[in-house]
Write a protein that binds this ligand. Structure first.
Ligand code: NAP
Length: 467
């Protein structure tokens, strides 16, 4: 598969120094269709394996990941630049998600008895076939896991189209799942560029599609799936509000918001992208943000002392720099940062922007980088209006001492998830997903395993019954 001679869109480029490390050959149409056919063939046996057999394999995947977490973590950091400690934590989280579904799938997918006055009725949860999973680079292992763990446990097989800049992470996961005992064809990579994937949605052997990524990619995949009456789930972008109430512990709120925003160099769908603070606390909050910013260390993601990593690629850094320049040109104030860092690599300075108004693009769009946008409000109604003034609806935070009041505010935020006194987080047993332009469907938790199963009704009556 490796080919260092040809120019390929699928390659490892270390964003710390922008050096090309390894290139992969793009698969031909025939190769892709052969892999999809193998996944379809493998489904015939995989669906008949018992939960105990599948569970042993999936627990083994988790065990291998944990035993190799340093090595896997370094690979993620090499390919997309995140801090090594964040990469290792991501590998551990992914192992936890594999374990969660390996332990729970048999009870979640057990027949569910229905109450009916006539005869017996129950739901039989059945796998549907090959699932196409299209995933982004920002959490190279976790993103794979969210769809692979529940679906492999449900008895589906999977072909993964990972982002073109993390091919080694994609390859090592295929290797691990195979090493854990998954038969040939149960889980395979497709090394093809994103723009080519839409045509494969039409392949009749693909039964459903899940995509995490940008809105244009999601819309095109969902349209292709809809045209063939195939189910899809979409986990798209976000512009999470972080609403601080006037009784909040400001030191705690500032720490949580700044480090939450700098996590993964700001390239997190559920990052606190818009921090909304009461006018009465604004100056104090702003000063505290500046104090923390002055301590942030930008640098080598392998160095444990670094706080802010490079972005995932030169293009990602250039795109964020353009968004910052545009905000400035449209009248926003860039109080700190605002430039590329003067060193090799895909670095952008941690940036603090204020005075953003609805006539600026920054008010509405997602900025996928270390950019902290601070807003102020006079009334709670105004704060909620600001929080909801976006097409996105993924996550959000309310920071407050009075938790009941915080929950009241949380109910009025139009997103799929709201966390109180915490940035939008991730846990195997909690659902993850959005509403509005952030997509539809849920991953993780009990909900994640029901997305791609046939919830089949079986009703048993005697033949004399006319209905
Ligand atoms: P992207 O360009 O949409 O890429 C995501 C995946 O889709 C990649 O595998 C990509 O392949 C593929 N792709 C690109 N264009 C496509 C097309 N026209 N049709 C089908 N697939 C296509 O996303 P990104 O900008 O790299 O990733 C960041 C976005 O993902 C942000 O908006 C972020 O908020 C969102 N995200 C959401 C979640 C969530 O759970 N809601 C989680 C993480 C990220 P190539 O790499 O080959 O282009």
């Amino acid at each position: 598969m490796e080919n260092t001679k040809n120019i390929s869109s699928i390659k490892t480029v270390n964003p710390f120094n922008n050096e090309v490390v390894k290139q992969f050959e793009v698969m031909s149409k025939d190769q892709v269709n052969t892999i999809i056919s193998k996944a379809d063939e493998a489904f015939k046996n995989w669906r008949k394996t018992s939960f105990a057999q599948r569970s042993a394999i999936i627990h083994k995947v988790a065990e291998i990941m944990r035993s190799r977490k340093e090595e896997l973590g370094k690979l993620a950091t090499l390919e997309m630049g995140k801090l090594l400690r964040e990469s290792i934590a991501e590998v551990e989280l992914s192992a936890d998600i594999f374990d969660y579904y390996a332990s729970k799938a048999d009870s979640l997918l057990a027949d569910k008895k229905l109450e009916t006055p006539i005869g017996k009725a129950f739901i039989s949860y059945e796998p549907i076939g090959v699932i196409l999973s299209v995933q982004p680079w920002n959490f190279p292992f976790y993103q794979i896991t969210r769809s692979a763990a529940p679906n492999l446990m449900a008895g589906n097989t999977m072909v993964l189209k990972h982002a073109s800049n993390v091919p080694q992470c994609a390859q090592v996961m295929e290797d691990i799942i195979r090493e854990a005992g998954a038969p040939d064809g149960v889980y395979s990579n497709l090394f093809i560029p994103g723009k080519d994937i839409e045509s494969y949605v039409n392949n009749p052997k693909i039964k459903a599609v899940t995509l995490t990524g940008s809105e244009p990619a999601g819309a095109s995949i969902a349209a292709a799936a809809g045209a063939k009456v195939k189910k899809s789930t979409l986990e798209l972008g976000g512009s999470d509000p972080f609403v601080v109430l006037d009784d909040a512990d400001l030191d705690d709120a500032v720490q949580t918001a700044v480090y939450g925003r700098m996590w993964n160099a700001g390239q997190v769908c559920v990052s606190p992208k818009r921090v909304i603070v009461p006018e009465s606390k604004y100056d104090e909050f702003l000063q505290k943000v500046k104090d923390i910013f002055s301590k942030l260390k930008v640098g080598d993601p392998m160095d444990p002392k670094t706080d802010v990593a490079p972005l995932s690629s030169e293009k990602a850094a250039a795109d964020v720099a353009v968004q910052i320049d545009k905000a400035k040109a449209q009248g926003a104030r860039i109080l700190l940062g605002g430039h590329r860092v003067d060193r090799p690599g895909a670095f952008v300075e941690p940036t603090l922007i204020t005075d953003i108004t609805p006539n600026m693009d920054a008010y509405f769009e997602e900025i996928f980088g270390p950019v902290f946008m601070l807003y102020k409000y006079k009334t709670l109604e105004e704060a909620i209006e600001l929080a909801n003034a976006t097409e996105f609806g993924l996550g959000g935070t309310v920071f407050a001492t009075d938790k009941e009041k915080a929950v009241e505010v949380a109910r009025q935020i139009e997103t799929g998830m709201v966390y109180i006194n915490h940035v939008t987080g991730i846990a195997p047993e909690l659902p993850f997903g959005g509403t509005k332009g952030s997509g539809y469907g849920r991953e993780q938790s009990e909900a994640g395993i029901y997305e791609f199963v046939n919830e089949k009704l079986i009703r048993v009556t005697d033949s004399k019954n006319p209905y």
